[in-house]
Design a protein around this ligand. Structure first.
Ligand code: GLN
Length: 306
């Protein structure tokens, strides 16, 4: 199968986005996110061999936030396999990403690894297995992106912590059911650092490529089995954009994961990975221009999983 002309397609999408009014509003729960200009737009496509194309602000670092939940899931699944699914489910929640309501009915087992409660469980388990969940995540992302300069943003991590009551409540509540191993303050420190990771569209498109390579890392070694890579892609499709996952699947037709920094990663298994960034969000916490750009990408290229 010939590859589409990614460069021309990205240019066309950027022009269309430029002409479209209405970008949504940046997340405002911490100052560092609220300060980003919603007119930023960047998009990158990476092929499985590491070739990367981009447009707009595709090399500008931004706050990755919940996008990191994909990588911690993959890193933990690689270590503990199916035992993870005894501690976190894989059903869409239909609730906002920071919701507490389902936890009591479901005995402290979160619906899926991509809402905050589920991500806290995954980070906790990865921390138990590695002794340093955030460090394991960072070194994986540096290697896969080929960018040794990737790092956490200590100011954002401190802000997350200062505004972290809800995440603290989620962690304590799950701990009361015995579903958290580490002391809650230790877990929260790991989780807030994880959320503060700063990276560009180019970095993230490349770092996600193991999911387009069916589990193989950039150096050809295997992180996930083919079946586990399929599982991660499936959970991204059904749960990666919170209570908008149905609409995202309908419009874009790809496994994807968003973060409140305005980034979204997406996977075309076997073909390519994408990352798009624009800080203005819709009311469900997904980038307005980001979803629109991915929608146009799958329409223009015909590359979707359906
Ligand atoms: N730091 C945010 C939180 O934990 C991340 C949420 C997100 O990107 N959806 O609430």
């Amino acid at each position: 199968m010939d590859s589409p002309d990614f460069r021309a397609i990205l240019e066309r999408i950027a022009e269309e986005i430029e002409r479209t009014p209405g970008r949504g509003r940046p997340a405002d729960y911490i100052p560092a996110l609220a300060a980003r200009d919603p007119r930023h737009f960047g998009m990158a496509v990476a092929e499985p061999d590491g070739t990367v194309y981009g447009v707009g602000d595709w090399r500008e670092p931004f706050s990755t936030q919940s996008i990191t939940k994909v990588f911690t899931l993959a890193l933990d699944l690689a270590r503990e396999g199916d035992a993870l699914w005894e501690h976190v489910g894989r059903e869409p929640s239909g609730n906002p990403f920071n919701s507490l309501v389902q936890l009591e009915y479901e005995n402290g087992i979160p619906r899926n690894p991509f809402i905050n409660a589920g991500a806290l469980v995954v980070t906790d388990r990865l921390h138990t297995r590695t002794g340093d969940a955030a460090g394991t995540l960072l070194s994986f992302l540096r290697t896969e992106s080929g960018n040794p300069g990737l790092d956490f943003d200590p100011q954002i991590a401190a802000s997350e912590s200062a505004h972290g009551d809800r995440n603290a409540a989620l962690a304590h509540f799950m701990a009361s059911y015995g579903n958290i191993d580490n002391p809650v303050p230790v877990l929260l420190d790991q989780y807030f650092r994880q959320c503060s990771l700063t990276a560009s569209c180019a970095d993230l498109a490349l770092a996600t490529a193991f999911l387009a390579r069916h589990g193989l890392r950039a150096d050809g070694t295997r992180l996930l089995t083919r079946s586990q890579a399929k599982q991660v892609n499936a959970v991204m499709l059904t749960c990666g954009t919170y209570d908008a996952a149905g609409d995202f699947a309908y419009r874009v037709g790809l496994p994807g994961k968003s973060g409140v920094g305005g980034g979204i990663i997406a996977v075309v298994p076997g073909r390519c990975t994408l990352c798009v960034w624009s800080p203005g969000l819709d009311e469900r916490g997904n980038s307005v221009a980001g979803v629109a750009a991915l929608d146009r990408f799958t329409t223009l290229t015909g590359l979707s999983i359906f």
